[in-house]
Design a binder for this molecule. Structure first.
Ligand SMILES: Cc1cc2nc3c(=O)[nH]c(=O)nc-3n(C[C@H](O)[C@H](O)[C@H](O)COP(=O)(O)O)c2cc1C
Length: 350
């Protein structure tokens, strides 16, 4: 809100509201239903100068809307009332200097992780994103960190937000790398190097501190990989995000449950985020994670720690916060610091 006000004071009419949410379809739509929805939405969005994209995959919608705040607000009110979907979760909401999309697009059954393979779905993706993702994966596999950083810096220069770079490129890129390894298209070493390349590139993402940062500054977060988890892409990128949002950040890469709970016991953070791999679907890790969280709940403290979990397992909704006893599961990296601040605030009020 403050961002908006300060821009208005400077007389800049160019700033756009940008909202990204995900939701679950209440009934499986047929292709013709989605076409009808897309045609109507496109016509209305054009008339209101709203751009963005809508992705439908595995029964879930992911949509970004951008445009004049009032117009985005009007479309958003309609969307929230729409009975065709439920469990609407806002992933990011901010003002941006530039648009990410030049038009409005519906991606049917699109799967960003598949785009680099040139599959049927790739034809339906906005070419810019598909091409950037394919390039990102190729550069990560070739360990070309210089070109990767140039790519990310160039996109940031064009006005891509940190949320967009993370959720449209870095995270799908990590999953695409793991899929390449699972399909025997690269070695495990290529995967490991590729992920660290993405991690380095992710640090080039700019975070614009918000007014909320100031209010968050008293909170302390422990960002940890799950005990024994070797992939630390998400955890390290979260550190940039939390620091930019004014949190005090501690990190842990524990090799055992005991090491993690000891650190929590010593630091009593307001929130802890325990990350599984953002690349690999670590199904077998659920039991262990549940046990770790259960034990961490035994730590006695004035304010219990808000427990968040993340990783590909949660991004793809193969597991939920409830299934491991956490308070929050992030389905992506974007917006985590904002959501955890809200949860910590709420837990203080209870
Ligand atoms: C997942 C989803 C995304 C939608 N996206 C848009 C959109 O971008 N623009 C739009 O005008 N309507 C969109 N709609 C349709 C609106 O929810 C609503 O039906 C339509 O705008 C008519 O608005 P009204 O019900 O307020 O008259 C979407 C619906 C769903 C289920």
């Amino acid at each position: 809100m403050l961002v908006q006000e300060s821009q208005e004071q400077e007389g800049s009419a160019e700033w756009v509201a940008c909202l990204t949410y995900k939701s679950v379809a209440t009934a499986t739509p047929r292709v013709s239903d989605l076409d009808r929805l897309a045609n109507k939405a496109r016509a209305r969005n054009r008339s209101l100068d709203v751009t963005g994209m809508l992705l439908f995959e595995d029964g879930c919608f992911l949509q970004t809307l951008e445009g004049p705040p009032q117009a985005v607000g009007a479309v958003w009110s309609s969307i929230q009332r729409d009975q065709r979907h439920a469990h609407i979760e806002v992933l990011s909401e901010h003002m941006a200097a530039t648009r990410l999309f030049s038009d409005w697009d519906l991606l049917l059954e699109g799967r960003f992780a598949d785009l680099h393979r040139g599959t049927r779905q790739a034809a339906k993706a906005p070419p810019a994103i598909a091409e950037h993702l394919a390039r990102l994966v190729e550069l990560a596999l070739n360990a070309d960190d210089l070109a990767l950083n140039t790519l990310i810096a160039g996109l940031a220069e064009q006005g891509w937000t940190s949320e967009a770079i993370l959720s449209l490129l870095i995270e799908p890129g990590a999953r695409a790398l793991a899929d390449a390894w699972l399909d025997d298209r690269c070695s495990e070493l290529d995967l490991t190097i590729g992920l660290s390349m993405l991690q380095l590139a992710g640090h080039a993402v700019r975070y614009i501190p918000s007014a909320q940062s100031i209010r968050n500054s008293r909170y302390r977060v422990l960002l940890a990989t799950a005990p024994g988890e070797k992939h630390m892409l998400g955890t390290t990128l979260l550190a940039d995000q939390f620091l930019a949002s004014g949190w005090q950040v501690d990190m842990a890469f524990p090799d055992s449950e005991e090491a993690l709970t000891n650190q929590m016991n010593a630091q009593h953070p307001d929130a802890v985020d325990i990350g599984l791999s953002d690349a690999m679907p670590r199904q077998h890790a659920i039991e262990q994670l549940r046990s770790t969280i259960e034990h961490s709940r035994l730590i006695v403290s004035e304010h219990p720690t808000v427990v968040s979990v993340g990783g590909r397992l949660f991004a793809e909704a193969a597991a939920t916060a409830l299934s491991v006893g956490a308070d929050h599961a992030r389905q992506g990296l974007a917006g985590t610091s904002v959501r955890l601040a809200e949860l910590v605030r709420k837990s203080r009020l209870d």
